[in-house]
Write a protein that binds this ligand. Structure first.
Ligand code: SF4
Length: 150
């Protein structure tokens, strides 16, 4: 399976206290007025990338203890996102973080069952807090067992 990806990076900031392999998806249909990543709104700002190549890159990176998805809007490529998350859980067994402009309540269980940390909601400049998350309307959900906490 293939999807559109802009870049991957080893990050010390996307998941606080963790080293993450962060994957930036291209394309975003949410289009927040104050978005800092407008150049990623079009799907073709990324390159068609195979799930196999992403999985191989993650496996080769022995430093990481998390995989993080961001963009753009990862959930706009839902089928690809779920496919990769399933493979990470089955083949690599690392926890997964998701940054999304959508609200937690609209995310399918098929996806949230595979994720451990979700930072959700659109960025709003008038609610900017300059921390994590970036604006105060955004919510952070963490999973303990089967239970989500916000
Ligand atoms: S969801 Fe993220 S990428 Fe999409 S417009 Fe909003 S801030 Fe930008």
């Amino acid at each position: 399976m293939h999807g559109y990806v802009v870049s991957t990076v080893t990050s010390f900031i996307d998941v606080p206290g963790k080293i993450s392999f962060s994957i930036f998806f291209s394309g975003c249909s949410i289009r927040c007025r104050d978005c800092h990543n407008k150049k990623l709104w079009n799907l073709d700002s990324g390159k068609l990338t195979s799930a196999d190549s992403l999985i191989e890159k993650i496996k080769l990176n022995t430093l990481i203890d998390y995989v993080a998805f961001m963009g753009g809007e990862p959930t706009d490529q839902m089928e690809f996102l779920i496919h990769i998350c399933k493979r990470i859980k089955d083949e690599i067994k690392l926890p997964i973080a998701l940054y999304t402009g959508r609200e937690f309540e609209v995310l399918p269980k098929q996806l949230t069952d595979l994720i451990d940390l979700i930072i959700c909601g659109p960025y709003k400049k008038e609610m900017h807090v300059g921390g994590w998350p970036a604006s105060s309307n955004q919510r952070i959900f963490t999973k303990r067992g089967e239970q989500w906490n916000c």
